[in-house]
Design a protein around this ligand. Sequence first.
Ligand SMILES: NC(=O)c1ccc[n+]([C@@H]2O[C@H](COP(=O)([O-])OP(=O)(O)OC[C@H]3O[C@@H](n4cnc5c(N)ncnc54)[C@H](O)[C@@H]3O)[C@@H](O)[C@H]2O)c1
Length: 223
Amino acid sequence: MAQWQGTTDLADFSDCDLVIEAVFESLPVKHDLFSKLDKLCAPHTIFASNTSTISITEIAGGSGRPDRFVGMHFCLPAQLMKLVEMSPGMATSDETFAAAWAVCEALGQKPVKTQDTPGFVLNYFLIPFNNDAIRLVEQGVATPADIDLAIKTAMGYAMGPMELLDLVGMDTQKLLCEAMYGITNEPRAACPPLVKRMIAANRLGKKSGRGFHDYADSKMYGA
Ligand SMILES: NC(=O)c1ccc[n+]([C@@H]2O[C@H](COP(=O)([O-])OP(=O)(O)OC[C@H]3O[C@@H](n4cnc5c(N)ncnc54)[C@H](O)[C@@H]3O)[C@@H](O)[C@H]2O)c1
């Protein structure tokens, strides 16, 4: 399976059956990438987006092949989590959806079909839940470490909400909140002010070396 390391490697994708995109959560950035890929990939190549919040139909509209486009939302940490939320856009053909579904199963993942809507199934529950945990930190109810310990101990989760948020990234959490609040008007989905302050302070989470926890020696990449 080819893995993109930068624009100079784009030509390596000419023979792929499926390209799964996971670039920055911005419609213009995704459109720019897919318009380049459309010129480089074979006509049969299916395009998939890992977007959490942007409409699959809208991304597909700028891809040059909306009928061969599908949403494939992997969950963090993607190397461990089996769930993939799969959503067809308005123009996705049945053949495309079935082929992408088969690839997902062949990878050993567990696909579920969802509508083309921000947050799909998992984030509908997780965003308000994680925001509740952030508000507990804001209110000084408990430290991030103790909130993680309480949730993991009581609920059997492998990761606590603050650890997960550090993996997600505060910048991404803000986008998730804006998208979910935009469609639900659920107050618990609104972005907590602490997230915005953490972004301003470059405490994005694991990718910047510090979020709710400290990762000074284990940055994922410079941010
Ligand atoms: N973080 C999560 O919890 C999570 C979970 C599931 C899906 N997603 C989705 O995955 C995608 C990426 O999210 P993320 O949190 O990893 O974002 P991110 O901003 O942390 O990283 C995105 C990657 O895109 C690259 N990038 C930035 N600008 C680019 C450009 N102009 N062209 C090409 N690449 C560019 C960056 O170098 C980086 O490697 C988004 O669509 C997001 O919704 C994120």
